[in-house]
Design a protein around this ligand. Structure first.
Ligand code: SF4
Length: 545
């Protein structure tokens, strides 16, 4: 177990000297920070209910939403791999805006660069030009586990018995706290508060790291360690591992989070892994197939190998990817995200019709469902609410006045569209209800005669433990109130959610292969009481089934 601690304390990976000139950034290698660089001011802001310190307007406006998880991209066999990884991360920016990082293989060594901020803030052409090589992994972070801190920005790069390895993870491990305590008792020293680091420590302490593997193929040794580590974790992982000799993509046996494989159209040797197919559209690659739940794909100079090292289980893909997280242009779990959302709107129109003059979406994730509602009901669609894209990067003090303004700063009503109209307002979800309440008030203040709210997902009654940042269950309005109580709270003339049975009907024979735990309480993996939030945020209905 001491080997694990040593792996982090002694990691000294080379830093391209020319990167030092980028004064606004930090460079991390293992736990070494180039202290000569000028630090950016980093504000403290933790998720869930531990929020402190200055926060952004954009953050305020997002407090009443589920948040994106993380995005990963892996490139093999393409010159300037870091640039493709950069554009891949840019396409996945919606999955995480807290920090970004890229690791490349160059001349048999790993080089890594990462920082807090958006992808375009972290990287520029000079930095990417220094990250030379034909293999890379990249990660966009949204902190579903661990605090907001540059140490938690992935990829994590370490050295295991002389082999450099870097990992990027989308998902959340449900037994990470227990494993971490166990590892710390055995002498492991953690460098981050992220659950992903647990996987590296499990690899470092794997019995398969014993002398029986010394001298064997490094890629084979890493794969054996990774299989051993992942066989001890529970929860969600779509994970990429990069070493000088291999790129590995692996998805947990339940397949909570998406992971797809593609290739460049003009290069049969190239391999690309990523969270969503929208990456392929941007970089001119083509979709090959999904990485199957429980599958591990190992790419080396000898080609590609598919392994299924874990006991097979029924897939439990996250339906919220289709409701809110994924980009509408993506194909996720074999289905078009846009068409799912459009159909949710059509179902709402069939299940919860109303007399109205126009259908308006809450931009932007409510747009496809609003179009679906309009198409099915015959009520004209109008963009009655506009979204500002320019509020996110201003730092402010979180005074009560500003909190009250937060929704208006992000969303503006178009009075000329909504005045004296009966509105159907279509949104993707209601989490705490505070945004919906402010939104309805704003629409009434702008002359709406009636406001009928339609929500393109079922009521959210429980938190997510598999990689999605959700509030404590007690903060979820549908955990605490009936549908009519919520209608009264948000002051709508009528309110309807997508019925859960209709969501199941829409999914058809695949229904049981989707996780819907935040709506149904049927959690595929029971989270341990020590898991990040609190023991009492588990819905009372949840574990009776
Ligand atoms: S609990 Fe909800 S958000 Fe989490 S994986 Fe399941 S469906 Fe997705």
């Amino acid at each position: 177990m001491m080997e694990s601690a040593a792996a982090f304390v002694n990691s000294t990976f080379p830093v391209p000297k020319s990167l030092v000139k980028h004064q606004q950034h930090k460079i991390f290698y293992g736990n070494n920070v180039c202290k000569q660089l000028v630090n950016r001011k980093v504000f403290s802001f933790q998720n869930k209910s531990h929020r402190t310190g200055p926060i952004t307007l954009d953050t305020l406006a997002q407090l009443d939403q589920f948040h994106e998880e993380c995005g990963v991209v892996g490139i093999w066999g393409i010159d300037s791999a870091s640039k493709y990884a950069f554009y891949g991360l840019h396409a996945l920016q919606h999955r995480g805006q807290e920090g970004a990082g890229i690791t490349v293989v160059s001349n048999g060594k790993l080089y890594e660069y990462k920082n807090l901020g958006l992808v375009t803030e972290v990287f520029n052409d000079d930095i990417l030009s220094e990250l030379r090589g034909s293999a890379a992994i990249g990660h966009n972070r949204y902190s579903t586990s661990g605090e907001k801190n540059i140490r938690n920005v992935q990829p994590f790069t370490v050295e295991l018995s002389g082999i450099q390895v870097s990992i990027a993870h989308n998902g959340n491990l449900t037994n990470a706290c227990k494993l971490r305590r166990h590892l710390e008792l055995r002498g492991s020293i953690f460098n981050t508060s992220s659950d992903t680091e647990v996987i590296l420590h499990l690899m470092a302490t794997s019995l398969l790291a014993s002398s029986s593997y010394t001298g064997k193929d490094p890629a084979d040794s890493l794969v054996q360690r990774l299989i051993d580590a992942l066989s001890r974790v529970e929860g969600a992982y779509s994970l990429l591992l990069l070493s000088p000799s291999c790129l590995v993509a692996v998805r947990d046996p339940l397949g909570f989070r998406p992971l797809v494989m593609g290739k460049m159209k003009n290069s049969a040797e190239s391999v690309i892994f990523t969270s969503e197919t929208c990456v392929f559209d941007l970089i001119g690659a083509e979709f090959v197939r999904e990485v199957d739940p429980g599958e591990m794909i190992v790419v080396t100079g000898d080609g590609l190998q598919s392994l299924f090292p874990f006991p097979s289980q029924r897939r439990k893909a996250c339906i919220f990817e289709h409701i809110y997280f994924a980009r509408p242009t993506s194909i996720v779990f074999g289905r078009s995200v846009y068409m799912s959302r459009f159909r949710f709107g059509e179902i709402l129109a069939e299940e919860a019709p109303t007399e109205a003059d126009i259908v308006i979406p809450v931009p932007e994730s409510g747009i496809p469902a609003a179009l679906g509602y309009s198409a099915a009901s015959g009520i004209p669609y109008q963009p009655g609410i506009m979204r500002s894209h320019y509020i996110g990067r201003t730092f402010i003090q979180p005074t009560q006045n500003i909190r009250d303004l937060s929704v208006r700063l992000k969303l503006s009503a178009v009075r000329s569209i909504i005045e004296n109209k009966r509105l159907v307002v279509v949104d993707d979800s209601i989490v705490r209800g505070t945004t919906s309440r402010k939104l309805v008030r704003m629409l009434r203040e702008n002359g709406a005669k009636e406001v009928h709210v339609r929500i393109a997902c079922p009521p959210i009654i429980g938190s997510c433990y598999y990689g999605v940042d959700t509030p404590n269950t007690k903060e979820l309005i549908s955990h605490n109130m009936s549908e009519d109580e919520i209608r009264q709270y948000i002051d709508a003339d009528s309110l309807a959610f997508l019925p859960l049975d209709q969501l199941h009907h829409f999914l058809g024979e695949e229904s049981s292969s989707f996780c819907d735990a935040c709506f149904s309480g049927n959690y595929p993996i029971r989270p341990l009481p020590s898991q990040d939030t609190t023991q009492d945020n588990i819905h009372p209905k949840v574990f009776q089934q």
